[in-house]
Design a protein around this ligand. Structure first.
Ligand code: LRH
Ligand code: MN
Ligand code: MN
Length: 408
């Protein structure tokens, strides 16, 4: 028996003792899909400096090529999110075909309401009606693009807000936002979803029109069942209990998707799982528990979540950093799959505070590498995708692109 088979057998025995079906957990892990963002393959940085890296994609087609490499090596990333106009092309069907030819599909379409000069004082909530109209038109154009690339997710982040008290009428802006979203929502086809992302600050520093999950939830609730909330893990104040938000949105049938990344201080967009892996694990615990809920609405919400990475690389080599995130997501997801829910419930009902906490912590402390290795073996994937990337020669190949590709 190889060392890994031994490790798997050991994990299996441990799971059996805890009443967890390891094979079922492996099957669920194998079905996990994570979308990567086109902008994560291009150059990005901070407001202080964008460092140019050699080999970065020069156009949306090359971003897809790099995303395809991540999928080939991990087997878990069959779709790529696009951001318009960063990924503006003349022919979106050609872009979708390009993705399809490499075993990928285009996932969420992200309108961009934050880089046009006209939007300096707001886009959908601008006091000038013609600017609000321009922003709505852009969103409707994104719905058209969704049709062309066969996407079902419109992923909206509204950067609008103000920098000073009195600068804007908060209530009027709220109504303009609702009005705009109603128009966009009406343009969605059945099967399309509008995911509403919130962020508590930046670029606006006094108030942001969609600052937290409650505001996004309210907006979604007013629109209808095709609108849901998107949780970007980096978009909360320090210390926020993100898994609580996740649980609440699940219970209300309004959790639509995630933008995974790590934060230490603000919206840092670092590699997923690099800073607070326990938080990520606890988020997955909420989701996996909800997947088994007797309440069909909760269970189907949990099963329909769009898992996306929203990560920008200022100093990291981009493709390996993306692979690292995918592997970290798989690791925490695998650990959450090993939670014995019946035991947790039992201890909760017995008011066993330490015992209940131990159930979760012990799952987090388990070594799930044998699960990941087995999964990769079964799918014919390299055991170490990052090592395989460096050995593949792809980095040398793309260095011919030279410098100058831009993520955003
Ligand atoms: C905003 C955000 C949003 C954007 C992306 C580039 O901070 O998280 O999702 O579309 O960054
Ligand atoms: Mn985001
Ligand atoms: Mn962000």
């Amino acid at each position: 028996m190889s060392r890994m088979d031994q490790a798997y057998a050991l994990l299996e025995a441990e799971c059996r003792d805890r009443g967890v079906d390891l094979d079922a957990a492996c099957r669920r892990l194998a079905a996990l899909e994570v979308e990567t963002p086109s902008w994560g393959y291009g150059d990005s940085g901070t407001r202080f400096k964008v460092f140019r890296q050699r080999g970065v994609p020069r156009n949306p087609f090359e971003k897809i090529d790099d995303a395809a490499v991540v999928h080939r090596l991990t087997g878990a990333c069959p779709s790529v999110a696009i951001h318009i106009p960063w990924d503006k092309v003349d022919d979106y069907r050609a872009l979708a075909d390009h993705a399809r030819n490499q075993g990928l599909r285009i996932g969420a379409v992200n309108p961009n309401l934050f880089q046009d000069d006209d939007y300096m004082l707001g886009s959908l909530t601008n006091v000038q009606p013609e600017i609000r109209r321009k922003a709505i038109r852009h969103m409707l154009e994104c719905v058209d693009i969704m049709r062309e690339v066969d996407s079902s997710v419109l992923s909206l982040w509204v950067p609008d807000g103000t920098n000073y008290p009195g600068q804007g009428d908060i209530r009027r802006r709220k109504r303009w936002l609702e009005e705009a979203l109603r128009e966009v929502y009406a343009a969605l086809e059945p099967g399309m979803r509008l995911l509403i992302e919130y962020k508590f600050f930046e670029p606006a520093f006094y108030h942001t029109d969609l600052a937290d999950w409650g505001m996004a939830y309210l907006a979604a609730e007013k629109l209808g069942p095709q609108a849901q909330v998107l949780v970007d893990t980096g978009h909360h104040p320090q210390g926020t209990n993100v898994e609580h938000i996740v649980a609440l949105l699940l219970d209300e049938g309004r959790l639509g998707g995630f933008h995974f990344n790590s934060r230490k201080y603000a919206d840092d967009d670092l590699i997923v799982g690099a800073i607070h892996p326990y938080e990520l694990f606890l988020i997955f615990c909420q989701i996996l528990e909800a997947e088994q809920s007797d309440d069909e609405r909760v269970a189907s919400t949990a099963r329909s979540i769009a898992y996306m990475i929203d990560q920008s690389h200022a100093i990291e080599p981009k493709i390996p950093a993306m692979i690292r995130s995918v592997c970290n997501i798989q690791t925490q997801f695998a650990k959450a799959l090993l939670v014995p829910w019946h035991l947790l419930r039992e201890r909760q009902e017995a008011n066993d505070v330490l015992g209940a906490e131990a159930v979760l912590r012990e799952a987090f402390e388990m070594d799930v590498r044998p699960m990941l290795y087995r999964l990769r073996e079964e799918k014919g994937l390299p055991a170490d995708p990052i090592k395989a990337f460096y050995e593949s020669g792809y980095e040398e190949k793309i260095s011919e692109r030279g410098f100058g590709g831009s993520g955003w």
